[in-house]
Write a protein that binds this ligand. Structure first.
Ligand code: NAP
Length: 236
């Protein structure tokens, strides 16, 4: 029997994380959900017996839990409307990635931990949300760790068991999905439409489970690869 893989999931209390943690466990992974102290009391994962409840700047504690992990999934991020609570793109979409990458490289035992980063479609050098996402991707690429960087389009959490700490449904603009689905039927346009059309959180999380199970770092992955990863049978 294959040894159980332990995955440290940062951003576990978010829309994606709260769905991914139970899916990983159902697939046979051991999971360490990371929970911010300020969120622990108001999210079910704050009481999870395996949770790492600390700020990611607590290097010794992060390394202690990292030492038990063979893979890391970083789902951390924020939105402009949460800036009032103290988050910024730098403090949520970039710095945690650097902290996790450094810990994944440093924590004993030395091993090539698979680093999975949830980024976003359209990242590019520059400022704002997409600029910070690009910087975060660069940190992962420069780390030397085996990695997979996911660049999905907008999320759709409707019908899923997601329990985000902000208690807000992720819902794409009404006509966006149907229009892109229709464009996907035009000759040659399916790959592009699969990159851009809204992605259900169940599909995204199933793809992440598959990526971890296959243990194959894939580099940059967009919608055209995410959809089949979620639905095709296991290859490994
Ligand atoms: N929404 C979209 O359509 C979309 C599309 C493509 C990519 N993305 C990206 O996908 C990722 C996940 O999205 P989501 O909707 O699941 O996010 P979310 O619900 O906003 O959750 C974000 C998670 O990151 C945590 N977090 C924020 N700042 C942190 C920090 N400084 N240190 C540690 N943890 C921190 C949050 O903790 P708390 O619970 O304590 O706040 C929460 O667990 C994000 O990076 C987002 O940018 C989103």
């Amino acid at each position: 029997m294959a040894p159980v893989i332990t995955v440290l999931v940062a951003g576990a209390t978010g829309a994606v994380g709260s769905l991914l943690v139970p899916k990983l466990r159902a697939a046979g992974f051991a999971v360490i959900p990371h929970v911010r102290p300020k969120t622990a009391a108001r999210h079910p994962l704050g009481k999870d017996p395996r949770a790492l409840v600390t700020d990611l700047s607590d290097t010794p504690r992060l390394d202690e839990f990292m030492a038990h992990s063979q893979a890391v999934v970083c789902l951390v991020g924020t939105m402009r409307r949460r800036f009032a609570s103290g988050d910024t793109y730098e403090s949520s979409d970039y710095r945690p990635v650097v902290q996790l990458v450094e810990s994944a490289r440093r924590a004993p035992p030395a091993q090539p931990r698979h680093f999975v980063l949830l980024s976003a479609l359209g990242t590019r050098p520059g400022s704002g949300y997409l600029g910070w996402k690009h910087k975060a991707e660069e940190a992962v690429r420069a780390s030397g760790l085996p990695h997979t960087i996911l660049r999905p389009s907008v999320f759709d959490s409707r019908g899923s068991d997601s329990q985000p700490s902000d208690q807000t449904e992720r819902k794409p603009p009404p006509v966006f999905g149907p229009v892109l689905n229709a464009i996907g039927h035009l000759p040659g346009l399916k790959p592009w439409a699969d990159d851009v059309r809204p992605i259900s959180l169940d599909v995204l999380c199933d793809a992440i489970v598959r990526i971890l199970r296959d243990r194959a770092p894939l580099g940059v992955v967009k919608g055209r690869q995410l959809w089949p990863l979620a639905t095709n049978p296991r290859t490994a």
